[in-house]
Design a protein around this ligand. Structure first.
Ligand code: NAD
Length: 513
């Protein structure tokens, strides 16, 4: 099936706009290695125009601006975006498939996630109106205080390629719901559906400049956006290495940031768990999205008494995963995003081997697929905690395994990482699950599952996995600034200083002295 990728420009101030330097970046289908289109390559000049548009949309002097609209007004646009995404779901899912190499079943479910995220934040935008001016109880009766929740301003939204439109939605929906305006800079490796979102914004008549979409390289478009003095906040999702650069850029103008970064999350399987369920969650959470999930539980920590049987099960489940062109029916493992990422993952596997680990299953390019950046689901054993495969994020379908004998040891292994995004525990003993929930250093703990994530819950990492939380009310709050208003309501003078004396009083008191 030939899928036509629309040729798009940058989306700035409600209009398509060619890049100042007229540069473009090719789009490569990771499953076929063919060039299937191109996207605009913005540079600092384009970023300047986009920030200016967002700034004007945020607060027009004297005019109606997005920041001062009601939440109910903004919610209408968010709902219109959600329903247009659903109307175009099958087309968007196919476009994202060609752009990323992810199986159709995943890209289709991601589009549902995009729509539900916009609908969810439409609800929160409406609820925000009623939360304004909520009185605060203070212990002094001569004053009353309340809080206003105001949009922070112009937001730079910088996103990765593993869930291109969904990661963008997790930022755009709450930012716009809060009354902020934004410039989205999606990954240069997967911008196609984000540019379609621009077309959807045009269709639903979102006011010009409220959302601007600027595609291009991280160094040429992302960096000038992150350091722009008229951007009020950066919301970034990507690698920890880039997160550090973004944080450094933000520090120069003391911009608030939220960072959703990488991970090396553990899944602990106890001997009392249901081993079939444990196997499915282990496989799902490490090989879904071709292993390119920030919270992938890619370190399996399994009780020594069941390790041998469990590994046999994992191999059986892995053999059953259909690796194919993502367009094929039943495909569950597609292609890695790019040649560079493919080589990086292969290097991780060969370094593990060189360091003395055993490639128990997979580890290569599937023989039945000649073209495309495909990698077999890979299970690595005989891993030590000093090995690169244990310590660094692979971002590919690679699971590394260690065994444990005591709960204490399992916790120590799980926390033996610089990251702190997710962690999963598989056990029928719920008291034990409770103990582990407290002990694990992670933003999310999954019990008897791994990876499910809902709009209403909080998402984010500890340690080097990030700063702040997305989704839920926390996601909205991260785009709101709190203004404290305190009102003196007494008719009595405040009385801290004595009032100045009249000239006669002053003369009298001087004579007396
Ligand atoms: P990346 O860090 O290479 O790029 C992310 C984005 O930053 C891209 O849009 C890129 O163009 C841009 N960028 C690059 N250099 C920049 C710079 N100097 N200034 C500003 N922007 C710049 O990440 P990636 O390879 O696209 O994505 C994979 C990473 O994302 C993984 O580490 C993964 O764990 C992480 N991720 C985290 C989450 C989460 O929720 N924590 C979710 C998805 C992905």
């Amino acid at each position: 099936m030939a899928i036509q990728i629309p040729s798009r420009q940058l989306f700035i101030d409600g209009e398509w706009r060619e890049t100042v330097l007229k540069k473009r970046i090719p789009i490569i289908n990771p499953a076929t290695e063919e060039i299937v289109g191109d996207i605009p390559a913005a540079t600092a000049e384009d970023v300047e125009i986009a920030v200016d548009a967002a700034r004007r949309a945020f607060s027009r002097n004297g005019g109606k601006d997005w920041a001062s609209t009601s939440g109910a007004f903004r919610a209408k646009f968010l709902r219109a975006i959600a329903s247009t995404v659903l109307e175009r779901k099958s087309e968007l899912a196919l476009l994202e498939l060609v752009d990323t190499g992810k199986p159709l079943v995943e890209t289709a479910s991601d589009m549902d996630g995009v729509a539900s995220c916009f609908n969810y934040y439409a609800e929160l935008a409406e609820a925000l109106d009623a939360k304004q001016k909520a009185p605060i109880s203070i212990p002094v009766q001569s004053f009353k205080s309340y809080v206003l929740k105001e949009p922070i301003g112009v937001i730079a939204l910088i996103t990765p390629w593993n869930y291109p439109l969904l990661m963008a939605a997790w930022k755009i929906a709450p930012a716009l719901a809060a009354g902020c305006t934004a410039i989205l800079k999606p990954s240069e490796l997967a911008s196609v559906t984000c540019l379609e979102l621009a077309e959807i914004c045009r269709q639903v008549d979102i006011p010009p400049g409220v959302l601007n979409i600027v595609t291009g390289l991280g160094s040429e478009a992302g960096a000038p956006l992150a350091s722009h003095p008229h951007v009020d906040k950066i919301a970034f999702t990507g690698s920890t290495a880039t997160g550090i650069k973004v944080m450094t850029a933000a520090a120069q103008t003391v911009k608030p940031i939220s960072l959703e970064l990488g991970g090396k999350s553990p899944i602990i399987v106890f001997e009392d768990g249901d081993l079939n369920n444990a196997a499915e969650w282990t496989i799902y959470s490490c090989f879904k999205t071709n292993g390119q999930i920030c919270s992938a539980t890619s370190r399996l920590i399994v009780h020594e008494s069941i390790a041998a049987d469990f590994l046999v099960k994992l191999i059986d489940w892995s053999k059953n995963i259909k690796i194919s062109d993502p367009l094929e029916d039943g495909c569950r493992l597609g292609a890695i995003i790019s040649k560079g990422q493919y080589e990086k993952v292969m290097n991780f596997i060969s370094t593990a081997k060189n360091e003395g680990a055993t490639i128990l299953y997979g580890g290569g390019h599937p023989q039945h697929l000649r073209k495309g950046f495909f990698i077999e689901p890979t299970i690595i054993t005989d891993v030590s905690t000093s090995m690169q495969i244990w310590r660094e994020e692979v971002f590919g379908p690679v699971l590394c395994v260690k065994t444990f004998s005591t709960e204490h040891e399992a916790i120590a292994l799980a926390n033996d990482t610089d990251y702190g995004l997710g962690a999963a525990v598989i056990s029928k003993d719920l008291e034990r699950c409770e103990r582990l929930t407290k002990a694990l250093q992670a933003g999310t703990v999954w019990i008897n599952c791994s990876q499910p994530c809902f709009d209403q819950t909080a998402w984010g990492g500890n340690k080097r996995s990030g700063i702040g939380r997305e989704l839920g009310e926390w996601g909205l709050d991260s785009y709101l600034s709190i203004k404290q208003v305190t009102h003196y309501i007494s008719n009595e003078p405040w009385g801290w200083y004595s009032p100045p004396q009249s000239s006669e009083e002053l003369e009298r008191s001087q004579k007396q002295n």
